[in-house]
Design a protein around this ligand. Structure first.
Ligand SMILES: Nc1ncnc2c1ncn2[C@@H]1O[C@H](COP(=O)(O)OP(=O)(O)OP(=O)(O)O)[C@@H](O)[C@H]1O
Length: 614
C-alpha cells in the first residue's frame, strides 16, 4: 500500500490537491533575517574548534543535581508603599488575592482575582533574604539559572537585580557568593572560555590578547576599591557564605553584559560602546544546537569579585535610563548580566554553567507614563517585546496540552530569542514578579499577575542541561603561568598596564583618605560645637540656679532687715514715750536738782524686745 505523499509548501502545487488544505507556513517569516541567522548558526560550530578540538569528545549531559522537575519558580515581590490606597490583600500560603479598593469598580468581574506563587515576598523582606530564597542554592549546586524580574514600571525590578550601596541586589550578592564559594580555585589567566556556546581552550596568543583586553576594559572604569570593600563586608556579614575550595579544581569566571534597547542588542562592556550606540550597530543573537548566545559579545575573565563588581558598575552606567511620570530613573531597555563559570577538574573534566540575570523593562500604560517622542517609541518597543514574551509563554503552556505543538514565536523579539533555553525548560528559570500594590496600578498589576500565572503553570518535559566536556589535556592546558605565556615585550606592556591600574588605585585611595579626613574634620568641628553648646547650656542652667538662690536669700534678708528696722523703731518710740512720761512725772513732782532721770521697772519689756535683735 503506497503511503500518502508528504505535503510541502515549497513544492509546486499538484492541481488535484484541494488548495484550501495545502500546507502553509505557520506565520509570516522574514526570509532575509532567517538566512543571515542560519548562516551564523553554521559558522558558530567551526569557530569552536581549538587546538585541543581534535582530541576532545563533547557531550551535553543532564545535570545530576538539578532540582527542576516541573516548571519555573515564580515569586511575587511587593514594593513598599508610602502613601495611597493599597489594592491587594494577601493570604499567607503562597496565594495572593487581589481586589480593587476604589468604589467605582466594585461589583465588576475585573475587581477580584486569585493567584498562586512559589512564594510571596512581602515588602518588609530584605534583599539578603530575597537572595537566599531565589538564588543561593543554585550557586552552591552549580546549576544553570536564568533569573528574570518582571513587572510594571517603578515596581522595583532594577532594585531587586542591582539594588544600591546600602541594599545590594541579587547580582552583586551572587558575585560575592561565587568568589567566596570557589575561593583560591579561581584562576587569573583565561585558559578556557565559552566561544559560540561551546567550551574552547585558548592558546598563548589568545590568552595574551584577552589579558590586554581585560586591562583595557578595567582601566577604563573608575576603580573604587574602598567602596567594594564596604560592599563585600556587608554582603558577607549578611550571608556568611562558605567556601568550597578544598577540591583540586581550576575555575574560570567570565562576565558579560548586554542591553536590548529598541530591539537592538548592545554590548555594555565593549570599549567602543559609544560608537556602536551612535552607529546603531547592534549584535546578532544566534543559536547553536539549542544553545543561544550573542555573537561577539565582550566577555571578560575576572580574577576576583572586585573586578566583577567594577564591570557590573561600568555596564550599569551605560544602561539607557530615562525619566517618566511613574519612575524618574526608569530603565528604557532590557538588560542581561551573564556570569559564566567553567570548572576544570583533573584529569580531564570540563564543566560549564551560567547565570543570566535579566531585568526586563517595565510594561507601561502610556497615559500614566505621559511619554512622548523617544520615550514613547521606547515604551512601544518595550510593550511589544513583553507582549511577545507573553505569547511565547502562552504557546509553551498550551503546547503541553496538545498533541501537535504550535510554533512558539521566539524569534519575533530579541528578548525571547535570547531567553529561548529557559523558556523551553533547558535551563532552570526563576521569575520574580514585582508589583507596586497601589490601587492606581490595579489593572497593570492584574495583567502582570495573569502573565506570571501562565509562567507558573508551565510544566517542562525536559530537564535542565549542563555542558560537560572530556578533554585529555584539559588540566594541563589550564596551567599557563604568566612568565611562560607572555613574551618579554608583552610582559613589559602588561606590567605597565598593571602599574597604571595600581597608580589609579593609589590615586583613588589618596582621594578617599582626603575625603575621610575632611569628613573627620567636619565631624570633629561639629562635635566641638555640640560640646560647647552643651556646656554653655549647663553653665547657663547653673548660673540661673545661683541667681534664683541669690534672689531668694536677698528677699529673705531684706525681709529680716525690714522686721528689725520696725522693731528698732518700736523700741525707740517706746523709750521716747518713757522719757516723756518720766519728764512729765518729774515736772509734776519737782525735778531733781542734778537733772537725773528716774527709770521705772517697766524697762523689762525693752529687755525682752532686745532678744529679737540677737
Ligand atoms: N523593595 C523595595 N524597597 C525599597 N525601595 C524600593 C523597593 N522596590 C523599589 N524600590 C524603590 O522604588 C524606585 C523604583 O524602583 P526601580 O527603579 O527598581 O523600578 P523598576 O521596576 O526597575 O522601574 P522601570 O521599569 O521603570 O525601570 C527606586 O527608587 C527603588 O529604590
Amino acid at each position: 500500500m503506497s503511503s500518502a505523499p508528504i505535503r510541502s509548501f515549497i513544492q509546486a502545487r499538484d492541481p488535484s490537491v484541494d488548495r484550501r488544505f495545502r500546507p502553509r507556513p505557520m506565520r509570516r517569516v522574514n526570509l532575509i533575517k532567517l538566512i543571515s541567522e542560519d548562516e551564523e548558526e553554521n559558522d558558530s560550530w567551526s569557530d569552536t574548534e581549538s587546538e585541543h578540538g581534535s582530541e576532545t569528545t563533547e557531550s551535553i549531559s543532564t545535570s545530576s543535581n538539578s532540582t527542576q522537575t516541573d516548571g519555573a519558580l515564580v515569586y511575587l515581590r511587593l514594593r513598599p508603599t508610602t502613601d495611597g490606597v493599597v489594592s491587594s490583600s494577601y493570604t499567607t500560603d503562597k496565594n495572593v488575592f487581589i481586589t480593587r479598593n476604589s468604589s467605582d469598580r466594585v461589583g465588576k468581574n475585573l475587581t477580584e482575582k486569585h493567584f498562586t506563587f512559589s512564594d510571596i515576598i512581602s515588602s518588609s523582606v530584605p534583599q539578603a533574604s530575597v537572595y537566599d530564597t531565589c538564588i543561593r542554592k543554585s550557586i552552591e549546586t552549580e546549576e544553570n539559572l536564568t533569573i528574570l524580574t518582571y513587572g510594571t514600571s517603578g515596581s522595583g525590578k532594577t532594585y531587586t537585580q542591582i539594588g544600591n550601596t546600602e541594599n545590594p541586589g541579587l547580582i552583586p550578592r551572587a558575585l560575592e557568593h561565587i568568589f567566596t564559594f570557589y575561593g583560591s580555585q579561581v584562576q587569573d589567566y583565561p585558559c578556557v572560555s565559552i566561544v559560540n556556546a561551546a567550551i574552547n581552550f585558548l592558546n598563548v596568543n589568545e590568552i595574551e590578547d584577552h589579558v590586554k583586553l581585560r586591562r583595557k576594559v578595567l582601566v577604563a572604569t573608575n576603580t573604587e576599591r574602598c567602596n567594594h570593600e564596604r560592599l563585600k563586608d556587608l554582603v558577607l556579614s549578611e550571608h556568611g557564605f562558605e567556601s568550597n575550595d578544598s577540591e583540586e579544581k581550576r575555575v574560570f569566571v567570565w562576565v558579560s553584559f548586554a542591553e536590548i534597547y529598541n530591539e537592538m542588542v548592545y554590548d555594555l562592556l565593549n570599549p567602543s560602546y559609544e560608537q556602536q550606540l551612535s552607529k546603531k550597530k547592534g549584535l546578532t543573537i544566534v543559536s547553536n544546537k539549542g544553545q543561544v548566545f550573542i555573537k561577539n559579545l565582550t566577555s571578560i575573565c575576572v580574577r576576583n569579585s572586585f573586578e566583577a563588581q567594577l564591570l557590573l558598575r561600568a555596564g550599569t552606567q551605560r544602561i539607557t535610563f530615562g525619566s517618566t511620570a511613574v519612575n524618574n530613573h526608569s530603565s528604557r531597555s532590557h538588560f542581561v548580566f551573564f556570569i559564566d563559570v567553567i570548572t576544570v577538574s583533573p584529569p580531564d573534566v570540563v564543566e560549564f554553567h551560567s547565570y543570566k540575570f535579566c531585568d526586563l523593562a517595565g510594561s507601561e500604560r502610556l497615559h500614566k507614563t505621559q511619554n512622548v517622542g523617544n520615550r514613547l517609541k521606547e515604551a512601544q518597543r518595550i510593550n511589544t517585546s513583553l507582549l511577545v514574551l507573553g505569547r511565547c509563554l502562552d504557546a509553551v503552556y498550551h503546547n503541553q496540552q496538545k498533541k501537535n505543538a504550535d510554533v512558539v514565536p521566539y524569534r519575533e523579539s530579541k528578548l525571547t530569542t535570547l531567553l529561548q533555553a529557559p523558556l523551553v525548560g533547558k535551563e532552570k528559570m526563576t521569575m520574580i514578579v514585582n508589583i507596586n500594590p497601589l490601587d492606581e496600578y490595579f489593572e497593570e498589576n492584574l495583567n502582570v499577575l495573569s502573565f506570571a500565572s501562565i509562567a507558573k503553570n508551565i510544566i517542562f518535559k525536559q530537564k535542565p542541561k549542563k555542558l560537560v566536556k572530556r578533554s585529555r589535556y584539559s588540566w594541563l592546558a589550564c596551567n599557563v603561568p604568566l612568565n611562560q605565556s607572555l613574551s618579554t615585550n608583552e610582559n613589559t606592556e602588561y606590567l605597565r598596564e598593571e602599574i597604571k591600574i595600581l597608580n589609579n588605585e593609589v590615586e583613588n585611595l589618596t582621594n578617599e583618605v582626603a575625603r575621610l579626613e575632611r569628613e573627620l574634620t567636619t565631624q570633629e568641628m561639629s562635635l566641638r560645637k555640640e560640646l560647647i553648646s552643651g556646656n554653655e547650656a549647663i553653665v547657663q542652667r547653673i548660673e540661673e540656679n545661683w541667681r534664683r538662690r541669690l534672689d531668694q536669700q536677698k528677699n529673705y534678708y531684706e525681709g529680716r532687715i525690714q522686721i528689725l528696722q520696725d522693731q528698732l523703731k518700736n523700741q525707740r518710740n517706746f523709750y521716747e514715750e518713757k522719757i516723756r512720761t518720766q519728764q512729765l512725772h518729774n515736772k509734776s513732782n519737782g525735778s531733781p536738782k542734778d537733772g537725773s532721770i528716774y527709770v521705772t521697772d517697766s524697762g523689762s519689756d525693752a529687755d525682752a524686745d532686745d532678744s529679737d535683735l540677737n
